[in-house]
Design a protein around this ligand. Structure first.
Ligand code: GTP
Ligand code: MG
Length: 194
């Protein structure tokens, strides 16, 4: 996909604020600090579209970005951030669950993992939850610039095994730094949108 237009629409804290209309939505999921916002920026070639931070917990609302007036990327707050209270975690859980289960426009989820590490328990839960709900998922193994290219396949295999990934689900090595995997990621997302 050639991104001609990408714009921030709204930071939504409740359902009432989700955009009206029937444009499809692709949501990001993944641990805090894994690179969800950076993924959106690289995919759209806009360095500062989604706010990124070296500190985890930067994205705290559902942030909608309208791409080519055709669909939305929805940046979702990350999970697994230790410094949030139980109460905050519960309200996060409710917001995400409502969104993932209730949003008709949702066409699929991009689940981001760090290519260097074995998926955490939370990662596995998120993947299994998406499968259980029959929400199409594309797995992005990001920060691929942090290991040599020769090791990508081995790490992808470890990720697949730990997630017990469905053979039909893609696991794509990706780097927001270098752009590795961008074309493949777009292909997978276009599949979700069709
Ligand atoms: P939250 O909003 O807190 O959930 O985090 P996030 O998942 O949106 O992560 P974000 O995109 O803010 O990135 C976190 C940190 O990782 C930043 O310092 C990014 O520069 C860095 N980062 C993200 N993607 C990559 C990548 O592909 N390669 C490298 N080397 N660094 C990355
Ligand atoms: Mg973010």
């Amino acid at each position: 996909m050639i991104v001609k237009d990408a714009q921030f629409i709204i930071s939504a804290v409740s359902e009432k604020q989700y955009p009206e209309g029937s444009l499809p939505e692709i949501a990001m999921a993944g641990r805090s600090n894994v690179g969800k916002s950076s993924f959106i920026n690289r995919m759209t070639n806009r360095k500062k579209l989604a706010k990124t931070s070296s500190k985890p917990g930067r994205t705290q609302t559902l942030n909608y970005y309208l791409i080519n007036n055709r669909f939305y990327f929805v940046d979702v707050p990350g999970y697994g951030y230790a410094a949030v209270s139980k109460k905050e975690r519960r309200s996060w859980g409710k917001m995400i669950e409502n969104y993932l289960l209730g949003r008709k426009q949702l066409k699929g989820v991009v689940l981001l993992l760090d290519i260097r590490h074995e998926p955490t328990g939370d990662d596995c839960l998120m993947y299994q939850f998406l499968k259980h709900c029959r929400i199409p998922v594309v797995v992005i193994a990001t920060k691929a610039d942090k290991i040599s290219k020769g090791k990508h396949a081995k790490h992808v295999k470890i990720i697949r095994e730990k997630l017990q990934a469905d053979p039909e689900d893609m696991v794509i090595p990706f780097s927001a730094e270098t752009g590795i995997g961008k074309d493949e990621a777009w292909k997978a997302i276009e599949n979700l949108l069709d």
